[in-house]
Design a protein around this ligand. Sequence first.
Ligand code: SF4
Length: 380
Amino acid sequence: MPNGKRISLMRVMFTDHCIMDCHYCPNSYWVPRRRYGFKVDELARLFDEMHSRHMVEGLFLSSGIFKDPNATQERLLDVVEAIRSRYGFRGYIHLKVMPGTSTDALLEQSQRLGARLSVNMESPSAEHLRKVSTMKDFDNGIVAPMKRISELMQERYGGAVGQATQLVVGAADESDWDIYTRMRSLYGEYGFKRVYYSAFRPVQYTPLEEHPATPPVREHRLYQMDWLSRIYGYDAEELRPAFDTGGFLELRADPKLMIAMNNFEQFPVDVNRGTERELLRVPGVGPLAANRIVKQRAQHTITQRQELQAMGVVMKRAMPFLRFPGHKPTPAKQGELALFREQAATPAQPSRRTVDLHATHAASGCTSCPLNPGTCGMAA
Ligand code: SF4
């Protein structure tokens, strides 16, 4: 949610039929399987029923491109319009804007009806995108609608207030630095709220079916780097040591630790004297803990490890980089191996409440797909 609150979303595709050739996507035309689709009224009513029963609090609506981008976007907007006007839903709707949507009226309506909009960028540059799709147009089909949505959000009061996008990691042989530079321009130039990263997994029948899968830990490292840039305020120069000469993030340790290891001369930071910014550069100290330290030490000198722990400092990580009365820090180098080992385990994937609507739809016995009767599996 824009305010940071978590809610349960009904995540659903209007149809998984798609005419596009994205080499990483199970919905692309390469994959020979049955496809499903909703009718506008059916999906709007289903959402209303689930919302009325308190099963979901908001909607995340996406779709394959079943005819062309504008026609698909029009249909998504019909669903959202029905949910808003017929069922009176005023809550959160994250609406996907189809890449290639070119009609200004559709972008305006999307901005008016959605709470958050996203056009998936998928690759960090036109050159990379060409490696994974011959049909998508990076500049005109993706960047242009993003720009227009940004303008609409600035010009208008109400409607969608944030934009997000997703990048597929590892499908186009892009480096993490390529992704990072794109991420910076999205947050900086276009005022994006979030950039999401999705580790590539090969899909059978597509041209990339033999391409190696991206380790999930790479996706995790990109999220950490994104967090350091967006929340901790690290600039490009500060982040550089986290990347190797090929432009990839170290997978064995988190970027913040890598950067600290490369800047030994800046540590240890004195808990009672360091600025909030310096404290934030210490592994194991997050924004909340740094802020609490600054407030607490205005009252009295911090002398106890337990005090820091109570303020949210992860002491195991922070000890080699912090100084306070009675604590002579272990040289960071000595902690290196232990910390690397600690970081090496693949992080757990974030849990998310997801409602699988494909199963619901298939079970409902729909016999006529309104979208593409020739190809929709439900119509067959
Ligand atoms: S346009 Fe979207 S749904 Fe269609 S193939 Fe590409 S990524 Fe998949």
